[in-house]
Design a protein around this ligand. Structure first.
Ligand SMILES: Cc1cc2nc3c(=O)[nH]c(=O)nc-3n(C[C@H](O)[C@H](O)[C@H](O)COP(=O)(O)OP(=O)(O)OC[C@H]3O[C@@H](n4cnc5c(N)ncnc54)[C@H](O)[C@@H]3O)c2cc1C
Length: 484
């Protein structure tokens, strides 16, 4: 008789459901326990809803920012270029209904494909049993079902993929109407007239840009010198410049202390006493891992000071037989990384060939307009000496396709090793940068040289032509410095 490995996965987001699919394909008996619905926060409240909202915003910005230049006539009384008068508007209730419909449909599709693969899905809250590892090496997972019953499961390996939830400030409690987290904005029927976004990381910047495009007057409160402190500085500078040019009030070095609702308005008080008023406030001040009251520490799973589960590059925790993936580990808070960590955990647990997680090949994107896509080593790595690399940055205003499309902002930046010319990273700031980064991502993953990137055909005219041109310029730089 063949032994079947029992896998229990707590959390059905990308970290959990992708792992479940892999484990089922490898012949394991798999159970996923999820509290809210498969797809997790990624599908139900975070990634999918925000990108669906941004899809509407993107059409609005593309139109608003280029129709004049491209010769489009909207009405007899088309406003002059600098006029704040808008030519298109948005029905936010309709947009939000579409957002929710798509999210639920995607969760449904995932549930179908997971159950079709033979995975058992249980609705409830999962936690580790108090008993630690049994003599046969298995672990107990307890499931608190919505009806109050508790079910006990035994597993040869457990994967924790419980994600994270929005962080709240004690003096800025969300009410779901005027003071909102990013999970609550989809209940709005009307566009916020004046939206104050607190937090200028990726989530804050994406929502600030989106609501401004949809027609809100936006103030972005950033505690740092500039928006997107974790991104490429040149890219952040372009975005901040674009935000300001479009009329956003970007307040740098301003820390929000409290947010109060007063009737139909909100007052955001900053640490220097300044009060910023608006009709709504969106809090985007980070997230907290869902790791509390799960019996983790009792089972020997080490957490760091932020409550994130500590894992190695094959997703093992400090407790034998317990793996963790995704936002609850805080390794790199992206759906793609969560999914990869989950798959890696299953390859490892089930004895399949496994490649440890390599964060230096992760491609990520900020879905603003323009988008900012990044892969591999960054300017910060070069500056602090983690990587010895040379860079070339080509502004898009020199790109023929960009000129035709009326695109003025953005660039392609490429980093390569000075001696070998191997491409180690890149940044694209452009509309649809998320699509354009793939060639650089491929080059980084496959250790391609700038010569190889330069020799591949690109379409003329195309924005991706700038990637090949950047590679050619890096090749010339290498020749001039006598390195080839
Ligand atoms: C606004 C926003 C936009 C984003 N956009 C992108 C993007 O465009 N691209 C990208 O790659 N990433 C994006 N992210 C990040 C991405 O959403 C996360 O990295 C991803 O959701 C992590 O997946 P996960 O599986 O770790 O957790 P989640 O998706 O959070 O899923 C965890 C699941 O576990 C469940 N759960 C929690 N505790 C328990 C328990 N005890 N028992 C049972 N179930 C439990 C939760 O209910 C949830 O269903 C975005 C994040 C935010 C906040």
């Amino acid at each position: 008789m063949v032994d079947v490995t029992r896998i229990v996965i707590i959390g059905g987001g990308p970290g959990g459901y992708e792992a479940a699919l892999v484990a089922a394909q490898l012949g394991a008996e798999v159970t996923v326990v999820d509290r809210d619905g498969l797809g997790g926060s990624a599908v139900l409240t975070d990634c999918v809803p925000s990108k669906t909202l941004i899809a509407t915003a993107e059409v609005m910005t593309t139109f608003d920012s280029s129709y004049e230049e491209l010769g489009i006539i909207v009405a007899d009384d088309t406003p002059p270029v600098d006029s704040p008068a808008r030519v298109v508007g948005v029905d936010l209730g309709k947009v939000n209904r579409r957002v929710k419909r798509l999210a639920i449909a995607q969760s449904h599709d995932i549930t179908q494909s997971v159950t079709r693969a033979g995975v058992t899905v249980l609705r409830g809250r999962g936690r580790l049993g108090a008993g630690g590892q049994a003599v046969d090496g298995s672990r107990e997972v307890l499931v608190d079902a919505p009806d109050g019953s508790v079910q006990s499961l035994r597993a040869d390996a457990v994967l924790i993929a419980t994600g994270a939830h929005p962080r709240e400030l004690p003096d800025a409690q969300p009410d779901g109407e005027r003071i909102l987290t990013w999970t609550q904005v989809y209940d709005l029927e009307e566009l916020p007239r004046e939206l104050v976004v607190v937090g200028s990381g990726v989530t804050g910047a994406e929502f600030a840009g989106a609501y401004q495009a949809l027609g809100s007057r936006v103030t972005l409160v950033s505690s740092r010198d500039r928006v997107l402190p974790g991104e490429d500085p040149d890219a952040a500078e372009v975005l901040e410049e674009v935000f300001r040019r479009r009329g956003m009030n970007v307040m740098g070095r301003s820390r929000a202390e409290s947010v109060k609702r007063i009737g139909d308005t909100v007052e955001v008080t900053l640490s220097d006493g300044t009060v910023v008023e608006g009709t709504h406030c969106l809090m985007a001040v980070g997230s907290i891992p869902n790791t509390a009251e799960m019996g983790l520490e009792e089972a020997g799973v080490k957490l760091n000071d932020w409550g994130q589960i500590q894992v190695d590059r094959v997703s093992r925790t400090s407790a034998p037989g317990v793996y963790a993936a995704g936002d609850c580990t805080g390794v790199f808070m992206l759906a793609s990384v969560a999914a990869m960590q989950g798959r890696i955990a299953m390859y490892h647990a089930l004895g399949d060939a496994v490649q440890p997680l390599n964060l230096k090949t992760v491609a990520s994107n900020v879905f603003t307009d323009p988008e900012i896509a990044t892969v591999g080593y960054t300017a910060a790595d070069v500056e602090c000496g983690t990587m010895d690399a040379v860079e070339v940055k080509l502004p898009l205003r020199g790109n023929p396709r960009a000129k035709m499309q009326g695109i003025r902002d953005g660039f392609v930046k490429l980093f390569c090793r000075p001696g070998t010319g191997i491409v180690v990273g890149g940044v694209v700031v452009a509309p649809r940068a998320s699509e354009l980064i793939h060639s650089i991502s491929l080059a980084v993953d496959a250790n391609l040289t700038v010569e190889q990137v330069a020799s591949a055909f690109t379409v003329y005219p195309s924005v991706s032509g700038s990637t090949a041109e950047a590679a050619r310029q890096l090749h010339i730089r290498k020749r001039e410095s006598g390195e080839s």
